[in-house]
Design a protein around this ligand. Structure first.
Ligand code: BES
Ligand code: ZN
Length: 458
């Protein structure tokens, strides 16, 4: 990397952090309609910020939902083109009382910036913009073309992304897609993502009596929907931690000896991971290591349950209804629609007498696996090496980015998951943070990636 570039990055560290704070302080929560204006303001802020980085063509594109921010910096159509995808929307902040500093006030403690979106995904999106800025403001120019598509609906299932990509496939045409929206195995372990789990997200509703009842006058004489729901949920896993839905594992690929060996060889400390979770022990499907459970095995989890009286003190009531949100993380070759159907059929068959059970599929996505034998992966490995001082590790991801397979299909090119979210970074939880040292090393990595791609191709 040229001397100019590294001194530009050094000289502008504080300003980058100030601007990142500004970005993080816009509450771009896509899941709650009261933030609609803020989400739009965030898109506008982002577009202006990309423009002032020196990118020639930037646009905020409205949709029936949240707007896209699209930018193009095409220097020469003969050069390789990278399409960068990210999201500027964030998850809700609740429970807000558990934050040590306000979620939309970027607060630095111990070299970390705390704010909603700091790692998922505004912090990582910002790295890409600063890397572009560094190239453009130092007059070095770009050895590749870069396009950006940053959406505001990722956390609600990328509602408009597929049609947008298909309609704009010419304009967004590229040789490879780069996504920084995944994790690192450690703050000093540069990581390239080679897999993502898929998702089937369901809601179960159990209806009992037509209204809440006095639990003394009626308890024992009618089925309690909260208990009925609890029985259904409890039966979805057996004593080995396996999911009991018939057919659930039919398409799950066996872990290969290579995958097993590669996972075993990673510098992963189970006890550190346990501490990160704050759980008393790590538990899961019998016969698999923690990383295998996260990366190569499907999972079923209750994300939330609601029923009856949950306020202070005791109120004697037999609730009319109980609901639960259930997610299933899927692995190759599970099909999210098929799994949703199997789930629905099974849960309906478990309905006890005296209640009506409804099952709804909220959203889903396919699992994904990379082909790491491509020049793009070599380019990424080379770009990471200097800023992080070691070669990268190749990691699976327990989370989901359902649009990744879609990018591959539409643009007929590889997808690179170049993630910078630190382990324990509290994405989707209170006190989300990004390590500022990783943030700056990430910017340098991306600035180097352009050169590496120019040399190695994709
Ligand atoms: N950045 C995450 C995806 C992720 C999480 C990748 C953990 C790797 C490790 C993304 O923003 C996200 O949260 N996705 C949702 C899925 C979506 C359909 C709501 C998820 O995984 O829950
Ligand atoms: Zn994300």
């Amino acid at each position: 990397m040229s001397h100019n570039l590294s001194s530009y990055l050094d000289e502008n560290r504080d300003r980058f952090e100030t601007e990142l704070a500004e970005f993080l302080e816009i509450p771009s929560v896509s899941t709650e309609s009261r933030y609609t204006k803020d989400v739009e303001r965030c898109a506008k802020w982002l577009a202006e910020h990309i423009e002032s980085a020196g990118v020639s063509k930037v646009e905020v594109i409205p949709t029936a939902g949240k707007p896209f921010v699209v930018a193009e910096h095409v220097v020469n159509p003969d050069l390789p083109t990278l399409l960068v995808y990210g999201h500027y929307d964030v998850q809700p902040v609740d429970p807000e009382e558990l934050w040590d500093s306000p979620p939309f006030e970027a607060t630095v403690r111990d070299g970390k910036v705390f704010a909603r979106g700091s790692n998922d995904d505004k912090g990582q999106v910002h790295m890409h913009i600063k890397a572009l800025e560094a190239r453009l403001k130092t007059g070095l120019g770009m050895p590749v073309n870069v396009k950006l598509v940053i959406e505001g609906e990722e956390e609600i299932g990328s509602v408009h992304l597929e049609s947008f990509l298909r309609e704009n496939s010419q304009r967004l045409a590229c040789d490879a897609v780069v996504i920084s929206d995944t994790g690192m195995l450690g703050p000093d372990l540069p990581s390239i993502g080679i897999g993502l789990r898929g998702l089937a997200y369901m809601e179960i509703q159990v209806d009992g009596p037509s209204g809440d009842l006095h639990s003394g006058s009626y308890g024992g004489a009618v089925t309690n929907p909260a208990l009925a729901l609890a029985e259904i949920l409890a039966s979805l896993k057996d004593e080995n931690g396996s999911v009991t839905i018939p057919g659930f594992y039919d398409r799950v690929r066996e872990i290969t000896p290579e995958q097993h060996a590669a996972t075993e060889a990673l510098p992963f400390d189970e006890e550190d991971f346990r501490l990160e979770t704050g759980s008393v022990s790590l538990n899961g499907e019998t016969g698999f290591s923690t990383l295998e459970r996260l990366w190569y095995r499907p999972a079923l989890d209750v994300n939330g349950m609601i029923s009856g009286f949950t306020g202070e003190g005791a109120k004697t009531v037999l609730p009319a209804q109980a609901r639960a949100k259930v997610s299933m993380r899927l692995v190759a070759d599970q099909d999210p629609d098929e799994i949703a159907e199997l789930f629905e059929k099974h849960v309906m068959s478990l309905a006890p007498e005296g209640v009506r059970v409804h099952v709804k599929s909220l959203h889903g996505g396919w699992p994904w696996g990379a082909n790491p034998d491509s020049p793009l992966f070599d380019a990424a490995a080379a770009a990471l090496e200097k800023p992080f001082g070691r070669e990268p590790v190749y990691v699976g991801e327990g989370g989901s980015i359902p649009i990744v397979p879609l990018f591959e299909e539409i643009f007929e090119g590889p997808v690179l998951l170049l993630g910078f979210a630190p382990p324990g970074g509290n994405a989707h939880a209170p006190n989300e943070w990004m390590d500022l040292s990783v943030y700056h090393r990430g910017i340098e990595t991306i600035a180097r990636l352009y050169d590496e791609v120019a040399h190695k191709g994709v």
